[in-house]
Each structure stands twice: as C-alpha cells, then as structure tokens.
Design a protein around this ligand. Structure first.
Ligand code: COA
Length: 193
C-alpha cells in the first residue's frame, strides 16, 4: 500500500452531539495527513488540555523542521474542519520513538488514536525500523491499552520521569520488520471495518 493510499483512506464516524452543530454540513470521515505548521494553532488547545506539561508551539515548529530533514514523522487527524488528534515519531538509529499521541477529549474511544498509530507503525515499517519505543505515564491505562494492541510490551521503568513525580513505563515493540507485525497491523485494520 502506498503512502498516498493511506493518507486518502478515510473512516466514517458516528456524529457526536457536541460537534454536530459545527460539522453538520461537513464530512464525518477521519482524514490523516502530514502535520504542517498551519495545524499548530489547532493542535495547541488539545496539547494544553491533555498534558500537565504541554509542548509549546515552538516545540512543534522545531519538530516539523526535523521532519524536513527526515528525522521525524508527524501526522494529524481531521474530521471536517476539526483537528481531532495528532501523533509523531522520532527516529533514533533503527528505532522509531513515539514522541506524542493525543486525541481531543470529545473524540476519544472512536479508534482515532489507533488509526494514527497504525499510520505511524506502517511508516516505521516502511522506513526499515527494527523496533518502536515510547514512554508512558504508569497511570495512563488508556494509552497503554492502545499500545499493547500493537504489540508494545513494558520493558522498563524511568523513575519520577514526569514532573519529577510519576514513573514512566518504557514500552517496546520489537520485530517491526517481521511478518507477524505486519499481520497484526492488518488485523487491527480489519477489526475496524
Ligand atoms: C491515549 C489516547 C491517545 C487514546 O485515544 P483514543 O482515540 O480514545 O483511543 P482509541 O479509541 O483508539 O482506543 C483504542 C483502545 O484503547 C483502549 N482505551 C482507549 N481509551 C481507554 C480508556 N479511557 N480506558 C481504558 N482503555 C481505553 C481501548 O481498548 C480501546 O479499544 P476499544 O475502543 O475497542 O475498547 C487519548 O486518551 C489521549 O489523547 N490521552 C491524552 C494524551 C496521552 O496520554 N497520550 C499518550 C501519551 S504516551
């Protein structure tokens, strides 16, 4: 499947009461596209709402500069005019590290994080990465569930990683080039139909 095929792939979502007014005239399909600077304005309210220590707009600008030189990969998910989620990868040698994955609270539990992570995982596979890694707050059950589905397993703990208080669980997904990983991504894709 080409990168373009994946970017034009769309998924229909049930209408959400609160967003109905805003998007009633628009498509309810999730569209995943590469993050651009113009998206940052819409990303920031989500970032500030979902993280105790949010990235600044400047961090996103700098991350996008790294995309231009092939060291990062960032995506956003949109439904109509609304930016509903985003995520990204940092490449370290043969690993792809998930730097960020967030979904607007109003659009949770609809599989949007799963869709974003699918695209990131395919990208890591296409790029030839051997493994994917990330850190997740030990209390963040929702995110850990999303990651486990892709084959991430706990691989260690970074003590007091967040705000010098909460531990981070390091999660690791090996075998990104293995057929089993590709099969798992296909299974996740099939599950959503
Ligand atoms: C983690 C996060 C990105 C998940 O986004 P999402 O779009 O709601 O996730 P999905 O709908 O793709 O969920 C996929 C699976 O994760 C699990 N899951 C999602 N939310 C959950 C919750 N609140 N509690 C338990 N499991 C949950 C479920 O197994 C779900 O599958 P199901 O819907 O078939 O039951 C979102 O909660 C978020 O933005 N959190 C704040 C930012 C953050 O913590 N990011 C992770 C940084 S490491």
């Amino acid at each position: 499947m080409s990168i373009l095929d994946r970017f034009i792939r769309a998924k229909a979502f049930d209408r959400d009461e609160d967003s109905l007014a805003k998007t009633s005239e628009q498509s309810q399909d999730l569209v995943i596209v590469p993050m651009r600077r113009a998206h940052i304005r819409k990303i920031m309210p989500i970032e500030q709402q979902v993280y105790p220590r949010p990235w600044t707009a400047q961090v996103f600008v700098e991350e996008l500069e790294q995309v231009r030189v092939g060291k990062r990969h960032y995506l956003v998910g949109t439904i109509g005019d609304e930016l509903v989620g985003y995520g990204g990868l940092l490449y370290v040698e043969n690993d792809a590290h998930v730097t960020n994955l967030a979904v607007h609270p109003m659009w949770r539990s609809r599989g949007i994080a799963t869709e974003l992570l699918l695209d990131l995982a395919w990208e890591a596979n296409r790029r030839g990465c051997e493994a994917m890694t990330l850190e997740v707050r030990h209390t963040n059950v929702a995110a850990q569930q999303v990651y486990r589905r892709f084959g991430f397993v706990p691989a260690g703990v970074r003590k007091k990683y967040y705000e010098n208080r909460d531990d981070a669980i390091v999660m690791w997904c090996a075998g990104v080039q293995q057929p089993e990983f590709v099969e798992q991504l296909r299974r996740i894709e099939l599950d959503r139909i």
